[in-house]
Design a protein around this ligand. Sequence first.
Ligand SMILES: Nc1ncnc2c1ncn2[C@@H]1O[C@H](COP(=O)(O)OP(=O)(O)OP(=O)(O)O)[C@@H](O)[C@H]1O
Length: 431
Amino acid sequence: MPRIELQELIDANDQPFVVIDRDYRIVAANRRYAEAYGTSPEAIVGQHCYAISHHAARPCHENGEQCPHRALFERGEAVEVLHTHYHADNQPERTRIRGHALRGTNGERYLGEQLYPLEADPGSDCDAMQMVGQSPAFLTCVDHLARVAESEASILLYGESGVGKELAARFIHARSARAGGAFIVINCAAVPETLFESELFGHEQGAFSGSRGLKKGLFELADAGTLFLDEVAEIPLGLQAKLLRVLETGEFRRVGGTQTLSADVRLVSATNRRLLDEVDEKRFRLDLYYRLAGIDVSLPALRERREDIPALAAFLLKRLAGARPACRLDAAALAALQAYDFPGNVRELRNVLQRAVLTCRDGIIRSGDLRLSAAPVAGAPLAPPPAEVERERIRALLDLHRGHRSRVASALGITERTLYRKLKRYGLGQG
Ligand SMILES: Nc1ncnc2c1ncn2[C@@H]1O[C@H](COP(=O)(O)OP(=O)(O)OP(=O)(O)O)[C@@H](O)[C@H]1O
């Protein structure tokens, strides 16, 4: 067998590649790897891997990260992990690392690491999408999203309210081959049943009373792009059958139309309910479930990634401040946020910060400025009111505000979206 120069061999690899010995010393690195850290292969050899990739003084497993080095030299396993690496300019980059067990001609064992940056396309990376987070739970999820984005499969996103399902759907679209096409959102809980079909498939002129002109449906508008069905569990049963037919044939008609149209649409759906439970309860069709959930991805709740709270809070405060200087949290306030469970997830964090910004005086948010529902202020309800009481309250407010939903929502201190869901549940204000 010919003996090929190691440097030439690894330079032929388009991905960053590095070879590390038992003592964490780099014994070889390809050009790609060295360039990413602003140096040359010659200068890197002999240095500690953690000094290069993490700018750290000790191995990354000592800082709580999963380490392929440790897995190989302690357990003999070649593993794949997600890490955050730091480039020469200190920019963090999320990277998937695949470990390889190598054996030198001296019989010694070495670790080969192949790096796959998760944000290879700077136009659609997490920063551009404003998706903040470095925790293992978040990185695993982003990695999963990036991988499923490349396929054409229908994706079902599952996660509690406010975890960022719409953001995740946009991320999938931006990283897919359809990124140049439209990203169309329909919130299935917000559309009254009577208008659902025409929203989705459009209508011809005068198709029903009140319809003016021809209107293209969202399905048609999403042609060559992605259609995001938010709160998909809320699609009325009758429409589920129609949607299924369209998904199976790719063909549809506008309401009141005779012409058969077709559209090439990739579906991403989201729900905060267990759809299979809905199937068991006969509220959701199993065949439609299979169509929508080609691949399902769960998004972690904020309390499962508490370590992201400081960065998320700083990001949201900056966004809330706009051009003005952003408020910041003192240590006790930050600790209170990290200890809190956030049933409403990132959206609740944003709302809590929004209120705190209004009450804080000197640009510093203290724990007293935070209104977290676990420690309610006087007058705030401890738990959601019982259904009957809530139904009556909403009905009375609808009367008071003459059906003006945004006013009712703000009187209740909830989003319009949540109000729509409640209206539906209580059979109020349809049409
Ligand atoms: N990782 C993140 N980084 C930055 N902002 C985030 C992140 N995740 C969510 N957000 C923000 O939190 C808010 C809620 O996100 P989004 O609307 O995507 O949630 P959702 O899961 O779709 O909610 P719902 O189930 O109520 O529809 C948005 O303002 C979004 O920008």
